[in-house]
Design a protein around this ligand. Sequence first.
Ligand SMILES: Cc1ncc(COP(=O)(O)O)c(C=O)c1O
Length: 430
Amino acid sequence: MLSKTRISDQDMSQVFQQALKQKGLIENADTAAIFIDLDFLSERIQHLKSVFPPGTLHTVAVKANPLAAVLKKINHWGAGLEAASLPELYLAEKAGVPADRIVFDSPVKTIDDIGYALKLGVHINADSLAELTRISELKNSMPSRSTIGIRINPQVGLGNIAMTSVAGRHAKFGVPITGSREDLIQAFLKHEWLDGVHLHIGSQGCSADLMLKGVETVLDFIREVNSRLANAPGGRTINILDIGGGLPVSYHRCQHALAMDAYSSLLFTRFPELRSFDLITEFGRYVHANSAWAASRVEYVKTDSHVKTAMIHLGADMFLRKCYRPDEWHHELTVVDPAGSIKTGQDDLPYVIAGPLCFAGDVLATGAILPPIMQNDYLLIHDVGAYTFSMWSRYNSRQLPKMIGYAGGGKHIEILKTRETVDQVRDFWS
Ligand SMILES: Cc1ncc(COP(=O)(O)O)c(C=O)c1O
C-alpha cells in the first residue's frame, strides 16, 4: 500500500514555508522553482517492485524526468532506466545504472546509436524490421552482451488522448501486428538472438482494458512464434516481454487513478503465463507525475471588468501539453501568500493564469475560481513531475528554474539543479 497517492496542498505549503525560510535557497532571482518529493519517488519505485514478480526489470522512462540527480537516485533505489535517444542513454549510463538495467528504445536509431548501445550491452528494442536488419549487421561485426527485442504495435486502438496514443491502426512506432505478422515471425525464425517482444500503447488516457488488450494481442503472437520456434533447430522461445509504461495517473484532487497493485493484479490474474517471462516495465508518468509541484511568484495581477489575469513565471515553456492542448491536460492550483501560507476564500472575479511568453496561448488556466491573488503571492502548480520540465521549450529563452528535492516532509532539502544562468542560455544559442 502506498502511504500517499498525491501531495496535499497543506504538505506543499509547509515545505514551501520551510524552503522560504532556508537562507539562500529561494533567492529573488528564483521567480519559479520546482519541488520534488524524494520520499514519494522512492516509495513509488518500491511499490512498483513489490507488486510485480521479483525478477521484473523496472526501467523508469528518462523522458518523463531526465534530471541527472534524480536518475542517480533511481539507480540507488534499484530501478533501471528506459532511454529513448542517444543522450538519454548517455544520461542513464552516467547515472551509474548498470547496462543490464537499461533499455534502449529510440524510435529512430542511427547506426552509430546502435553501435553505442551494443557496446554498452544494454537491452535494445528495435522499432522496425529495417532497424532489426541494422542491428543484425552490427551484431555480426562486434561482440556484445545486449539482448534484443522488437516493438510490436498491437493495433488495439486509441485511448482518449490521441496525441499520446500509439496503438492505432497506423502509428509511427513499432511493427504493426496485422499487416506484418508473418514478417515478424520470419524475423524470429531467422535471428537466433532475437528473443524479446516490446509493446507500449500510449501514455495517459489509455484504459486498463486497452492496456490489457495490448498485452493479450502480443501474448497471442508470442504463443504462435514459440510453437513455430519449437519445430526449428535449437528449441528457443521468446523469453523477454517488455510491457512498456502508460499507466494513467490522476491530475485532479478529487479523482483516483487505477492503482499499480490493482493493475498488476488484473495483469497476472488474466495472464498467469506472464510470470514465465523475463518481464520489463517502462513506467514514467506513474513514478514521477504526482511527485513534484512548482511554485511561481505572481509578478502582476491585471484587473479587467470581468476577469483578473495573474502573470506568473511558468507557462508554455514548461507546460507545453497544457498550453497547446488545454482541454486534454490539467494541473490543480493553490494560492499561497509571500510567506507560503495557503490563501482561502474566493475572489469575485475568475482568473486567467498567464505565463511569461510572447504568445496568446501561453495560459495555464482560464475561468479559474481562486482566492484573491496579490502581487508577490505564489501559485503552487500541482503534479508537474512528468513531461513538464523535461519538455522545456527555449522559446523566449527563459531560464530553466531551480530544482529542489526534499524528504521527511521538508526536514531535508537539497538543490538537485541550480537555476539556469543567462550565460548558460547564451551557450545554448551559441
Ligand atoms: C516506449 C515508451 N515506453 C515508456 C513510456 C512511458 O510512458 P508513461 O510515462 O506513460 O508510463 C513511453 C512514453 O511515451 C514510451 O514511448
